[in-house]
Design a protein around this ligand. Structure first.
Ligand code: UD1
Length: 368
């Protein structure tokens, strides 16, 4: 029997841990899984709603750290997590993605000699200005089992000198959640609630590089307002983005446009919104993957991506942050210049990744 602490902290973690936890619960003779929530995200809409939508039980342990600067947040998670590890004595700790909770919990375990499995290992944007890139590199360098979503992840890790026997290509666990919940999400009334009768686009934006300065954010909003003249854009805004919109006095401009600014949506509502979109505009990591799995054209408003397979094989296009380029790329798609049917879903993005993750954990445990 393997005792596992599964770590969640921020919004993009919940849909990755849910299928892993479910699989572990089903294999009760092999796994004793617990959920630890660091409390990095704490709003009802950024956290609690996801537990309900994903059918996850309340976390077994809640560290309640909340928001702070990166150093303070990371340190607070470490301080709160160390006694949990000492008390619980897990065989493995499973961390996912690239948020501050991921590196904080991995680092605690590495020092205590507790095995860490990193799900979504090996992704690299090669942009160290992104806090997430630092979290990815550091977490991978101290994890014992590196579970990758795509072959580029394996290549990146090998280049960094990580032993091949620690790396296992398992596929994309976020797509397990996507496929599991598509039918359930179809019952959501979100499209009716937002009065979306014809074609529409969906958008998320929250990367500090896009929204934290007015000089970067306002020209992007101007371009998006132009695009919204052609197709209404639904924009569920992250709390960070929402507060910057207010700080920079952009509410009026947005309010008068065809951009529908709304609060963050739960998982199922967002899935239903996204799956009906003609086009998705984003700077998030997960949406690049979900749109590829759903064959929906996606424009990524960033200079780089740690998920290049979505561009090479899928429906994602990296457009950068030049407002003119964003406008042009969106108009091209709206004019029918993008054939999503040529795109493919990457191998092992098949809804069975959680199973492979559990198998890899068992295998790595018996090797010891
Ligand atoms: C974090 C992740 C990012 C991920 C994003 C998804 C890191 C370094 N970044 O960024 O990779 O894409 O989550 O949402 O871990 N806030 C709230 N309510 C909340 C959470 C945050 O109001 O529930 C506000 C806080 O005031 C805070 C700001 O949002 O100042 C940023 O939160 P934080 O957790 O530091 O990072 P995110 O930008 O959410």
């Amino acid at each position: 029997m393997i005792k596992v602490l599964n770590i969640v902290g921020a919004r993009p973690n919940f849909m990755k841990i849910a299928p892993i936890f479910r699989e572990m619960k089903q294999r009760a003779d092999e796994f004793e899984p617990l959920i630890v929530h660091t409390g990095q995200h704490y709003d009802e809409k950024m956290s609690d709603a996801f537990f309900v939508d994903l059918g996850m039980p309340r976390p077994d342990i809640h560290l309640e750290v909340g928001s702070a600067s990166h150093a303070v947040q990371t340190a607070k998670i470490m301080l709160a997590f160390e006694p949990v590890v000492l008390e619980q004595k897990p065989d493995w700790v499973v961390v996912v993605g690239d948020v501050n909770s991921t590196i904080a919990c991995s680092l605690v375990c590495a020092k205590l000699g507790i095995k860490v499995a990193h799900v979504e290992a090996g992704l690299r944007s090669y942009d160290r200005e992104m806090p997430e890139e630092i979290n990815r590199i550091l977490t991978d360098s101290i994890s014992d089992l590196l579970l990758t979503p795509s072959p580029d992840g394996d290549e990146n890790l090998k280049k960094e000198g990580i032993a091949e026997n620690k790396i296992k290509l398992v596929g994309n666990v976020m797509i397990d959640s996507l496929f599991h919940n598509l039918e359930i999400a179809a019952k959501s009334n979100i499209r009716q609630e937002l009065h979306l009768e014809g074609d529409y686009a969906s958008m998320t934006l929250h990367r500090p590089s896009n929204v934290d300065s007015k000089d970067a954010f306002e020209p992007l909003i101007d371009a998006l307002i132009d695009i919204a003249e052609r197709i209404p854009i639904v924009f569920p805004a992250h709390p960070r983005t929402e507060s910057k919109i207010r700080e920079f006095g952009l509410e009026e401009k947005i309010g008068q446009s065809e951009i529908k600014l709304i609060e963050p949506l739960g998982y199922l509502d967002f899935l239903q919104l996204m799956s009906g979109s003609k086009l998705v505009l984003t700077d998030s990591g997960g949406l690049q993957e979900e749109t590829t799995a759903l064959s929906i054209p996606c424009l990524t408003l960033r200079k780089n991506t740690e998920r290049p397979i979505t561009v090479e094989m899928g429906t994602n296009r990296l457009v950068g942050v030049d407002p003119e380029a964003v406008r042009k790329a969106a108009f091209e798609i709206l004019d029918g210049g993008f054939d999503a049917s040529k795109a493919k879903i990457p191998p092992l993005w098949d809804g069975k990744t959680a199973k492979r993750i559990c198998n890899a954990l068992i295998q790595a445990s018996t090797k010891r």
